[in-house]
Design a protein around this ligand. Structure first.
Ligand SMILES: Cc1cc2nc3c(=O)[nH]c(=O)nc-3n(C[C@H](O)[C@H](O)[C@H](O)COP(=O)(O)OP(=O)(O)OC[C@H]3O[C@@H](n4cnc5c(N)ncnc54)[C@H](O)[C@@H]3O)c2cc1C
Length: 416
C-alpha cells in the first residue's frame, strides 16, 4: 500500500508570529517542527517591567512545550538556526540539518545600535529576559552605590538615568523609572536626597512617539514631564563610555546608566539568507508573505519588509506579526489544496502606550484617549494578551499591589 508523505513545515521563531502560525496550523495535514533558541514564548511589550522591578521573567514568558502539549502535529526543538539553504531546502540547527517542504521564518528583530559601537558596549537594552534582568540589577545597584558615595558629583552621575529613543519603549521605560524613584526608592533610601536623581529621555527627531497623532504626542510629553522626566528633542547621542554621554552638538553629561531603545533591525539570520533586504535589514516579501523566487518560504513579523497601501513599511509590531501569522497559515493551507494564496492586508487596531500610573495614550477606532481611560485600556489589554491564566492572575495581583501600596516588589539585585 502506498502511504502519502505528509508535508513538513519548519517554523523558525516562536515569538508573536511563529507561535500563532503554529497554532493556526493545528489539525492541518502537515507535520510541524517549531524551533526557537529559547524554550519559552516571550511577551516583549512587558520587558520594561522586568527592568523597573515590577514583574519577574516567569510572569511574561511561557514554556513552549506546555503551550503545544496537545497539538499532535507539532514537535518543538530548542536550538539556534545558523543557516538556511534555500536551494536545497534545509536549515542548519546546532550542527544538525533539518529538511523542509515549507519554511516559515518568524525570527523577529534585534537591537540596532546604528553603528554606535561605544553605545553598544556600554549601554543597556530591553530585548530579552537576560538584558532586562541585567538592566534591573544595574539600576538597583546604582542606588546602593549612590547611598554610600560621598563625592556629590559622582553621586549625581550614579543617579542620572538616560533613556535614548522617544518611541513607545523609551517613553514607557522613562515614565516607569521616574515613578520607581518617586514612589519606591524614596521610601527605601530615606537617608538620600533623591531630588538629585534625574531621568532624561533623549530623542534625535523633533517628536516623541512619531507614529502617533500630534495631540497624543503632546499628551505624552505632558504626562512624562508631570512624572519628572526631562525630555530632550533633536538631541542625537554620539558616544557613551559608560560614564559620560556625548551628543551631536558636543555637550556632555555624566551618567552611569544609559538605556538604548532607539533602533531595531531584523534578526541576524536574515543577513545570511542571501536575499534582498530593505530598511532595517528586513527581508522583502511578496504581498502573499512569500519570498520572491521561493514560494515555499514565508517570512513574517519584524524580519519581513512589506509596505502598506500608502507605500509606508509596516511597523515592527506584535499586531503585524500576529496578523501575518494568520495569513501565512491560511496560505499554507490554500497551497496544499492547490488554491491561490491570498494577499496580506494589515488592519491597524490602533496605538497604545503607557507612561505610568493612571497615565497612557491610546488611539483606538479613530479616537484619541489619554490619562486614566487609556491607562485602564492598557492594563486590561496587556493582562488579556499574556499567555496562561496563572500569569494573568499573578500579574494582575502584582500590579494591584504596586498600585495601592506604591511598592514594586521585585527589588532584588542578583548576580549574573
Ligand atoms: C521592549 C519592547 C516593547 C515592545 N512593545 C510593543 C507593544 O507595546 N506593542 C506591539 O505591538 N509591539 C511591541 N513590541 C514589538 C513586538 O514585540 C515585536 O514586533 C514582535 O515581537 C515581533 O514578532 P515576531 O514574531 O516577528 O518576532 P519575535 O516575537 O521577536 O520572535 C522571534 C523569535 O525568534 C527566535 N529566533 C530569532 N533568531 C533565531 C535563530 N537564529 N534560531 C532560533 N530562534 C531564533 C527568538 O528567540 C524569538 O523567540 C515591543 C518590542 C520590545 C523589544
Amino acid at each position: 500500500m502506498k502511504t502519502e508523505k505528509v508535508p513538513h513545515i519548519v517554523i523558525v521563531g516562536a515569538g508573536f508570529g511563529g507561535l500563532l502560525t503554529a497554532q493556526k496550523l493545528a489539525g492541518a495535514p502537515v507535520q510541524i517542527t517549531l524551533i526557537d533558541r529559547h524554550n519559552y514564548h516571550l511577551f516583549q511589550p512587558l520587558l520594561y517591567q522586568i527592568a523597573i522591578a515590577g514583574l519577574v521573567p516567569s510572569q511574561i514568558a511561557y514554556p513552549l512545550r506546555t503551550i503545544f502539549r496537545r497539538q499532535k502535529n507539532l514537535t518543538f526543538r530548542m536550538g539556534e538556526v545558523t543557516s538556511v539553504d534555500l536551494k536545497a531546502r534545509y536549515i542548519r540547527m546546532n550542527g544538525s540539518v533539518i529538511a523542509y517542504d515549507t519554511l516559515v521564518l518568524a525570527i523577529g528583530g534585534q537591537t540596532n545600535f546604528l553603528g554606535l559601537n561605544t553605545v553598544e558596549e556600554n549601554s543597556f537594552q530591553l530585548k530579552s529576559i537576560e538584558s532586562a534582568t541585567s538592566t534591573r540589577n544595574h539600576l538597583l545597584k546604582m542606588f546602593e552605590l549612590a547611598s554610600r558615595e560621598v563625592d556629590p558629583d559622582k553621586r549625581k552621575a550614579l543617579l542620572t538615568f538616560v533613556v535614548v529613543g522617544g518611541g513607545p519603549t523609551g517613553v514607557e521605560t522613562a515614565g516607569a523609572l521616574a515613578e520607581l524613584i518617586a514612589h519606591v526608592m524614596t521610601k527605601d533610601y530615606p537617608e538620600m536626597d533623591l531630588s538629585e536623581s534625574r531621568v532624561l529621555l533623549l530623542e534625535a527627531t523633533g517628536n516623541v512617539m512619531t507614529a502617533y497623532p500630534d495631540e497624543l504626542r503632546q499628551s505624552t510629553m505632558k504626562l512624562l514631564e508631570s512624572k519628572g522626566v526631562e525630555i530632550f528633542l533633536n538631541t542625537k547621542l554620539t558616544d557613551y563610555n559608560g560614564r559620560r554621554i556625548t551628543v551631536a552638538d558636543g555637550s556632555q553629561l555624566d551618567a552611569y546608566t544609559l538605556i538604548w531603545t532607539a533602533g531595531v533591525r531584523s534578526a541576524e539570520l536574515t543577513d545570511r539568507l542571501g536575499v534582498q533586504q530593505a530598511a532595517s535589514r528586513r527581508v522583502r516579501v511578496e504581498p502573499t508573505l512569500q519570498l520572491p523566487q521561493h514560494p515555499e518560504v514565508f517570512v513574517i513579523g519584524d524580519s519581513a519588509y512589506l509596505e502598506d497601501g500608502q507605500g509606508q513599511p509596516l511597523p515592527m509590531l506584535a499586531t503585524v506579526a500576529q496578523q501575518q501569522a494568520i495569513t501565512a497559515a491560511r496560505n499554507i493551507r490554500k497551497i496544499l489544496k492547490g488554491e491561490t494564496p491570498e494577499l496580506f492586508q494589515y488592519k491597524d487596531p490602533g496605538l497604545l502606550a503607557t507612561i505610568g500610573r493612571n497615565a497612557a495614550v491610546a488611539r483606538i477606532w479613530g479616537l484619541s484617549f489619554s490619562g486614566l481611560i487609556a491607562w485602564l485600556i492598557w492594563v486590561v489589554l496587556h493582562i488579556y494578551r499574556l499567555i496562561g491564566f496563572r500569569n494573568r492572575l499573578v500579574v494582575l495581583i502584582n500590579w494591584a499591589w504596586d498600585y495601592f501600596f506604591y511598592d514594586n516588589q521585585i527589588r532584588l539585585i542578583t548576580r549574573e
